[in-house]
Design a protein around this ligand. Sequence first.
Ligand SMILES: O=P(O)(O)OC[C@H]1O[C@H](O)[C@H](O)[C@@H](O)[C@@H]1O
Length: 554
Amino acid sequence: MTQLAREVERDCAPAWQALLEHQAASKDSKLAELFANDAQRGDRFTVLAGDVYLDYSKNRINAQTVNLLLDLATQCHLTQHIDALFSGAKINFSEARTASHIALRASSADVLNVNGVNVVPMVHEVLEQMAIFSDRIRSGSWLGASGKVIRNVINVGIGGSDLGPKMAYEALKYYSQRDITVRFIANVDESEFEEATRDLNPEETLFIVCSKSFTTFETLTNAYLARAWLLSALNNDVASVLKSHFVAVSSNVAAVEKFGISMSNLFVIWDWVGGRYSMCSAVGLSTMIAIGPVNFRAMLDGFRLIDMHVKTTPMNRNLPVILGLIAVWNANFLDSKIVAVLPYEHYLAHFPAYLQQLTMESNGKHVNQAGESITVSSSPVYWGEPGTNCQHSFGQLLHQGTQIVPCDFIGFAQALFPKGHGHDILLANLFAQARALAFGRSKEQLIAQGCSPALAPQKVCEGNRPSNTLLVDQLTPSSLGQLVAVYEHSVFVQGVIWKIDSFDQWGVELGKDLAPPILADLIAKGKPKLDQDSSTNGLIHRMRRLLGRAMYDN
Ligand SMILES: O=P(O)(O)OC[C@H]1O[C@H](O)[C@H](O)[C@@H](O)[C@@H]1O
């Protein structure tokens, strides 16, 4: 056990115990009563960071809960951990790395040392390289091998090399240059490749092979497919196709070179950038091409604004800290294993998927820093859909299901395309959902409203279901950056409380290790080894039969 882990273990215990006792004493309190007893509650439990306003009053908390959670943060040395994040310390201890994504949005005057080197200048160098390249694509001066202007950009990447840029592109489409088609290929399923490319002219198409490691088999398989797709359509030699139609984003220079992508087409990232924290790096190249360098920098400034808020604001007014502590309260003291993220904004359709990697790959861990099993639940499952669509599908379970699902509602004051009354209806529904979850509708109310006593139980909504409401003026590059940074830091806070490494992802490795021998069995020309378990052997055997491959006794 490290010294820090020992200290955290020892120091957090009193606050944790106090919270357990507080929860036991207050478990019967209802949101309806809490609001009835405090006319200011809706103002009291709010906090502002930049353009992001958080109303957390509809959680099952009172002032004492917040104080105890803040004690927990103090006893878990949250301030020191935040300092460590901002100072380039090796907080990703299982991989002996820093997690310095803060540097990706630092201003050029900032200093952030990683292994004794200030990395901010190299970040700005790459941003400049990205801006020059993006401007060439946007202006039509970057030509394909046959001399045609590049009009289509396809990002080939998976995980953090896909979810961030895809979410940001969709979120900021309003600001994008519409005569450039931007698409994403992540899955090794060739149908995705087909759908992304079928209506595109290869002569006008550029691929960004985006992979920090440049060893991810899905991405490399798709990159080779892209190469073959271009070569079969163009009458140009391999070198000029690679030079004009491929750029790479990676930290693995040798592998990029081996693939044949020119070094002048390489945009580097660094091992201190985690995949799910990388959308501000060159991984965001597709975003920058779509929205332009000025908007991209505005997005980075949005991130930085929240970084500065986290670094300098006292804990009790620190929005991501409050959001993270409320998440811990709901997960560990109300035993909620699921969180719904419900953006009432069409352009944030991919935001829940993005958050799934950020939250669950970061904090879906079972051991603490010392390698011991943690005794409380870590990350809940995150999922969601834009409102109001969600109300007409899984909303039922949120209101009447047997499990409590805390919700994060996200809304924007200004519509990007105001036409009729749609936006006001959208906002009214957002507020109504949070209110319905909090206060419900009792049997007595239903009967008073004329419902038959026999039917009333079916219609009762118990309420007392927690939610946060995050409000922002308008969806802009800056406010998107702020929103993502709020969640990044909230995830960090939760990881500190749970004492886990939020920056590794060892759990994803096992499946990767198991796939190659199965693939070998699936494609074997001769007798497959079939040395897996009987279920897997049976599935391989059946699949070979369906594929018409040579069969042998199982
Ligand atoms: O960018 P790459 O090296 O290709 O990695 C892509 C992704 O794959 C890994 O398996 C991890 O689970 C992700 O965190 C990562 O973002």
